[in-house]
Design a protein around this ligand. Structure first.
Ligand code: ZN
Length: 441
């Protein structure tokens, strides 16, 4: 049976990630509306769906849409603004002053649109954002047709987004109300970091998160310096402080986690905290190394994110995954650490689990949302094709991403965005280049 809103994708290689590592040769994925209806061998398509519109994806591997687990999308406008500095100098002397000056509707809207274009062209269908004006970011993302979790910021000092703690919480709950029935956008709490958020604010968001079943998306243990500072100010390290405050559970998405020991890893595994690894941002700011392999062996769910373009400086999740995988081997001293298929899980199904969205995204299975990307392997740079997972992790560039769908809607066709206008986005970026540049001159 066929209706106007159904179609089939036919690919020589299909990675389902259900289970992790599953690869099917010459299969079709049938989509109806926003969902996946069926997966079947290509030769059965004509009999089971005789009149269905079919798109052939020759030389392409079809896989679940990639999920970028830690982003500050609007900060794409600050790409390359201040490099080669330590985290605190970078934040206090460059990033926060620029944000105080430019933050607002136009800045967030232009920055998120630029990020969405980069995400889509890199195969990313969903991102976990943490930034000011998440309501504006949600509007732009919705118009782009993408999926996201927008983190409502919580931080101890006033910003153009909120004047005080009550302001941060009331704006967060307004965002929650706006996202309640949204098919593509969800919200979370995004407290900046333990050193910039009070105990009272953590307790308040813990209770609201429990009541409304929300994630808490937090920068945690980005540098070893955070531990000594926390002991000085709160009498204990950040992880123990969060444990006392009742924040360590499966609702917490802890980003970075470079300064952790074996006891911390055990605590994370026991409490079900999800860890997001951002290797390139950590390398660039010389923040330290997240022990990914040890975490995974202890049973901790680990996903990967690019962080913002101001500290990376790109939003290339495939590139980030390659760095993460290579670094995991270097840090653990074990070449068998994080094999390619399980590496790919860190930007698909593991990420979906961390977001509490594994019932909808992260793998290609009937009933799930039709979020996919297809990657062309005909390029000589990925020939010959002996092993697909190895290619995706170690050899493929994001320029090989050809097509992207979110909820059954095609958003990228042969590398061309269908809803975003590249010329308009470039014009907006040059406007900000001049504006920000003139202010710094
Ligand atoms: Zn970050």
């Amino acid at each position: 049976m066929t209706t106007a809103d159904s179609f089939a994708l036919l690919a020589p290689w299909l990675i389902t990630m259900a289970p992790v590592g599953e690869l099917r040769r010459d299969h079709a994925v049938v989509v109806r509306g926003e969902r996946i209806e069926a997966i079947l061998p290509a030769h059965e398509l004509a009999t089971r769906y005789p009149a269905i519109a079919t798109l052939n994806l020759p030389d392409q591997v079809l896989l679940p849409g990639l999920i970028n687990m830690h982003t500050h999308s609007a900060m794409t406008l600050l790409r390359g603004l201040a490099d080669d500095l330590p985290l605190m100098t970078w934040l206090h002397e460059h990033i926060w002053p620029a944000e105080q000056r430019w933050m607002g509707h136009e800045y967030v809207s232009d920055g998120v649109r630029l990020a969405c274009l980069e995400y889509l062209r890199g195969g990313i269908t969903c991102f976990n954002d943490s930034y000011f004006f998440p309501d504006v970011a949600a509007e732009v993302t919705r118009a782009a047709g993408m999926r996201a979790v927008m983190g409502a910021p919580v931080i101890n000092f006033p910003t153009p987004w909120a004047a005080d703690m009550d302001g941060y919480f009331s704006r967060a709950m307004e965002l929650h109300e706006q996202c309640r029935n949204d098919a593509l956008i969800e919200m979370s709490f995004a407290p900046h970091a333990p050193y910039s958020v009070s105990d009272a604010a953590f307790v308040r968001m813990r209770d609201l998160a429990a009541q409304h079943d929300l994630r808490i998306h937090l920068h945690l243990l980005e540098t070893a310096g955070e531990i000594a500072d926390s002991v000085g100010e709160f009498g204990m390290p950040p992880l123990q402080r969060l444990q006392q405050l009742g924040l360590l559970n499966e609702q917490l998405i802890a980003v970075h986690m470079t300064a952790i020991n074996d006891a911390d890893i055990e605590l994370l595994a026991e409490t079900g905290v999800h860890v997001v690894h951002c290797p390139e941002s950590n390398l660039k700011l010389a923040s330290g190394f997240c022990p990914v392999w040890k975490l995974q062996q202890a049973g901790v769910n680990v996903a990967v994110g690019t962080d913002g373009a101001a500290s990376n400086n790109d939003l290339d999740l495939l590139g980030e995954l390659r760095t993460a995988t290579l670094l995991a081997k270097g840090v653990s001293g074990d070449p068998q650490a994080v094999p390619a298929a399980s590496a790919l899980a860190m930007i698909t199904i593991n990420a979906a689990q961390a977001l509490n969205m594994a019932d909808r995204i992260g793998s290609i299975e009937p009933g799930k949302q039709a979020d996919f990307c297809s990657i062309d392997l005909s390029d000589p740079d990925t020939q010959p094709v002996h092993e697909i997972f190895s290619h995706l992790v170690y050899a493929t560039s994001r320029q090989q991403v050809r097509n992207v769908w979110v909820a059954g809607q095609q958003l990228l066709r042969d590398r061309q965005p269908l809803r975003l206008d590249i010329d308009q986005i470039n014009q907006a970026s040059s406007k900000w280049q001049q504006r920000i540049g003139a202010a710094r001159a």
